[in-house]
Design a protein around this ligand. Structure first.
Ligand code: AMP
Length: 942
């Protein structure tokens, strides 16, 4: 039978997969070239009596011989022809694939015999562990499939020599035995079987991440992934156990873990190659072999480190990649500076640091005899600043050396490898002779006479004066009040500290000074002044439970005045507070709140006055805490003079007392001709009082109202100058007033204005002008800068704003700023850029200064010193005050907008008031006859 001609059997692309992923285990081919790698195959001949398969040699389209098995019994009924393979080992695979190539005759193209002709055949298998199963019965075979042709050939194809070859693949599994037989059953078709190939799939052996993965037969299931462990290749070590997954299609998937070339080996082309001599690899993690670092070498292959050359070393903690290093050379250019018994040494780093950055210095100290020249190590009494060893900086100070002694200091540079070569120590020496020594501390102090206000002391010269004692310094302070102390200097070995508080403990320390300087302070000696106390016993009242009560009456000293130390002309006395010497003029303001005990602040800054020194004459005003009186103060040794006396009303709370005296704590810190002067306080008797200088004309606002139009411009500017000068002083002290207003300025009979009202709680409670803001604080709205109203940003710049308002008050003789506008309207108008208009007859320069103080940007406002200079200039040049603010522009708006709005632009008073957000006042204007813009232009302040 002719099955067809031509062949594409040798086309390897008939396999859908890479050859490496497939293992062919049986192959029969018409074309022998194709299956050369497969084991030989022995076909069974047709089973005896069962069929008509014939082995026929043919030629393909190129006339090359091909080998086929054919059957073509299409004319006869009931065909059952079997063709069997020999036993095929499955080589451990549990799923095998069978690829068939065959041609099949189109039954329609056969003349006659149509009734019996078939176009399919069946494929079977039978599993067995060995060849014994060959004589089994037909019905023991398991059917794999019925195979039909995709294309069948006809007579025509034969004539044209076209070979219509079909390829079909079937798979079988899971297989459980070692092998199997295949069988093809013809039931009456015309078939030529050209090739049968039996194979299974595998993941081919591979090296991935330096791990070897073996050939792995895929799993029985088409979706199964087999996890396979890899084995690290030669000279590599496991970093993390290497694993991969073999897919059913024979592909390696999802590599996990890896191996690394071990120390001394590096990775090249999936292998680990040895490091050559002169190279090293210290750890599996280093990527490749590296050249030995400077001053090191290796003569061996596979080196994991390099050896240091002679005289070079490696510190244990140095990394193997670091060069070998050596101890440093000696420090250079050492210089010394002797200061009495201290020596300061300085040098420059060594020329050769040995290749290291960890150079430090060690100081060796030797004390040398000037007679014998012999040296010995210095004792432990020498102190090294900052230290003796491990010095990072190139300088050191030695203190507490012996006076008049020769020393040799050796400065040695040391680095991390110095201790590996102790013989290579290199240092630079410095010889010095110390000078005089300071005296040793005073050790014995004895108390002498003690009174209620004074303590007398005497002491002995120090054991080692080390020279002539020039003077002693005696420091003393009230026990537990160390921040506030007094120093007395005396040439004698005895002093009397006076001006002390009765019945109080005082701590004393003494030190001596020679030409060599001060010695150390002595230890602390504590002595107590005697109390001023007369004690007697009250006999118990008959019905009282107490047995006796001791009552102490303290008597005020008879003389009026402050307790003052009587001073020896040889003594010099200075007072200190918190480490600062108390000198007038150069202080900054100290917030009394920073004192834990406000009473301490009062006594710090205010003098205590005996109540008996004060004569109260009349009540002149009412303060927040009580009446304000005028009176007279007579201090000892001074003439009596007028004072104002603020009193704290009876029944006060502790907080009220604190707040009341808080003002004195603040006022007492100031000393300026334009700040109200505090004379002192009365706290030890009742009523509690604050005594200040007396200002005959009282508060400025009332005074100006009373004397409307009575002063020259120069007089008014003089008042403003004084206020500005006081404010400059306050701002220099760092004090922000927060309530600067004419009502808080006092004026004396010489028209000198002084800033007053320094409440502790400030503004919040004690000013009737203060109103609560939306943020809860209480603020005098009309006097306060917008940023202080909006977010409580009180600064000297906000004080400058208030100062501008005070200027306006002064120039308008106490007019109320913004008249009767509500606080809310004031805030709104100011926010929108409106400002107070110039007061009547106000010099343009002054109004300009007011506007400058009212700049929205607080940094653009002038500073108080600039205001003082400006006013000084105006006073020196009175003609500059002659130009007044143009009367018509002054009255054109009640509030002046910064970007001027011409009054001519408005047709009615209502429109104008609306434009300046004052529409609600239209009615008042109308009622008062200001119904036209012309009438408005005639408005005067009155
Ligand atoms: P003050 O509590 O400080 O606001 O004082 C209330 C009032 O007492 C002031 O408005 C002044 O009229 C008057 N006053 C306060 N201190 C003095 C003083 N040093 N000289 C004269 N009058 C004063």
């Amino acid at each position: 039978m002719l099955v067809g001609v031509g062949s594409c059997l040798s086309d390897p692309l008939t396999f859908s997969q890479k050859k490496s992923q497939v293992k062919v285990i049986m192959c029969f081919l018409g074309d022998t070239g194709m299956c050369s790698s497969a084991p030989g195959l022995v076909w069974q001949g047709p089973l005896c009596g069962l069929g008509e398969w014939e082995e026929i040699g043919e030629v393909d389209e190129n006339y090359a011989p091909i080998h086929t098995y054919q059957v073509c019994k299409v004319m006869e009924q009931n065909q059952n022809n079997w063709l069997l393979t020999s036993w095929i080992s499955n080589e451990g695979a549990s799923r095998i694939f069978i690829e068939l190539k065959f041609t099949l005759r189109d039954c329609n193209s056969l003349p006659g015999g149509l009734g019996t002709c078939k176009e399919t055949f069946n494929m079977y298998y039978f599993e067995s562990d060995d060849e014994d199963g060959r004589n089994i019965k037909e019905n023991q075979y398991i059917k794999i499939d019925t195979i039909a042709a995709d294309e069948s050939f006809t007579e025509l194809d034969l004539g044209d020599r076209v070979m219509k070859l079909n390829t079909e693949v079937r798979d079988v599994g899971p297989l459980t035995k070692k092998g199997f037989y295949l069988a093809f059953q013809d039931v009456g078709a015309c078939i030529a079987l050209v090739s049968v190939r039996v194979y299974y799939k595998k993941c081919p052996s591979v090296i991935r991440n330096l791990a070897r993965f073996p050939d792995t037969i895929t799993g029985a299931d088409s979706s199964q992934l087999l996890e396979v462990s890899g084995v690290c290749i030669n000279h590599s070590v496991t970093e993390e156990a290497p694993k991969m997954h073999c897919s059913a299609e024979g592909e390696w998937l999802v590599p996990i873990g890896k191996c690394l070339c071990k120390a001394g080996y590096e990775e090249k082309n999936n292998t680990c190659q040895v490091c050559r001599p002169g190279f090293f690899k210290a750890s599996p993690h280093s990527p490749s072999c590296s050249k030995c670092p400077p001053h090191s070498y290796t003569l061996d292959e596979a080196s994991t480190s390099c050896l240091c050359e002679e005289h070079y070393f490696r510190k244990e903690s140095d990394p193997p990649t670091m060069a070998c290093t050596r101890p440093p050379s000696a420090p250079r250019s050492a210089i010394s500076n002797v200061n009495e018994t201290s020596v300061f040494l300085e040098w420059i780093p060594p020329a050769d640091t040995g290749g290291r950055k960890d150079v430090s210095y060690y100081i060796a100290c030797k004390k040398c005899s000037s007679h014998s020249g012999l040296c010995e190590a210095c004792g432990g009494h020498v102190r090294y600043l900052p230290q003796q060893t491990g010095l990072k900086n190139t300088s050191v100070m030695m203190v507490d050396l012996l006076a008049h002694t020769n020393y040799t200091f050796e400065i040695e540079a040391v680095n991390g490898v110095s201790d590996q070569n102790p013989g290579a120590r290199q240092f630079v020496s410095v010889n010095v002779t110390t000078n005089q020594a300071a005296p040793s501390p005073v050790s014995t102090v004895k108390k002498g006479k003690i009174t209620k206000n004074s303590i007398s002391l005497s002491w002995q010269e120090p054991d080692r004066p080390n020279g002539i004692i020039l003077e002693y310094e005696i420091k003393y302070f009230e026990k537990d009040q160390e921040t506030s102390y007094t120093i007395i200097k005396s040439k004698e070995t005895a002093i009397t500290a006076d001006g002390l508080k009765p019945g109080s403990a005082y701590v004393f320390q003494i030190r001596a000074r020679t030409a060599a300087g001060y010695g150390g302070f002595s230890r602390r000696f504590e002595f107590e002044t005697s109390p001023v106390c007369k004690c007697f016993s009250l006999l118990p009242a008959p019905r009282q439970k107490y047995s006796s009560v001791v009552v102490c009456f303290f008597f005020f000293p008879r003389r009026c005045g402050y307790s003052k130390a009587k001073q020896d002309p040889e003594e010099e006395k200075m007072h200190f507070h918190n480490g600062h010497i108390k000198l007038p003029g150069v202080r900054t303001y100290v917030d009394p709140h920073t004192y834990e005990d406000p009473n301490q602040a009062v006594h710090e800054f205010a003098k205590e006055i005996e109540a008996s020194c004060i004569t109260i004459e009349r009540v002149i005003g009412a303060g927040e805490f009580g009446e304000v009186c005028s009176g007279r103060l007579k201090l000892q040794g001074k003439r009596e003079f007028p004072v104002a006396i603020k009193t704290l009303k009876v029944g006060y709370t502790e907080k009220q007392r604190r707040d009341f005296l808080g003002e004195a704590s603040i006022m007492g810190q100031f000393d300026h001709p334009n700040i109200i002067h505090l004379e002192g306080v009365v706290t030890k008797s009742k009523p509690v009082m604050i005594v200040t200088e007396y200002m005959e004309n009282g508060s400025l606002d009332t005074f100006l109202k009373k004397n409307d139009g009575q002063f020259t411009v120069i007089q008014l500017v003089g008042m403003l100058r004084g206020i500005a000068s006081g404010m400059k002083y306050l701002s220099d002290m760092g004090y922000v007033h927060r309530d600067l207003a004419a009502r808080n300025i006092l004026i004396n009979s010489n028209l000198v204005c002084k800033v007053s009202d320094f409440g502790l709680s400030r503004v919040l409670e004690d000013d009737p002008e203060a109103a609560y803001t939306t943020r809860g604080g209480k603020i005098p709205i009309r006097w306060t800068a917008p940023e202080a109203i909006a977010f409580r940003k009180f600064t000297s710049a906000s004080d400058v704003w208030s100062y501008g308002i005070v200027m306006w008050e002064v120039m308008s003789y106490g007019e109320r700023p913004y008249w009767e506008m509500t606080n809310q309207d004031v805030i709104k108008a100011v926010e929108e850029g409106y400002r107070l208009p110039s007061p009547m007859d106000c010099p343009a320069a002054l109004y300009q200064l007011m506007l400058d103080c009212w700049q929205k940007d607080r940094n653009s406002r002038p500073k108080f010193d600039e205001i003082v200079s400006m006013l000084d200039k105006l006073i020196r040049n009175p003609s500059s005050l002659k130009t007044l603010v143009n009367a018509s522009s002054r009255v054109s708006n009640l509030l002046v907008e910064h970007s001027p709005v011409g009054s001519g632009a408005y047709r009615s008073v209502g429109e104008w008031l609306e434009a300046i957000k004052m529409g609600r006042y239209t009615e008042i204007f109308m009622e008062n006859g200001y119904s036209s813009m012309d009438a408005v232009a005639q408005v005067t302040l009155e």
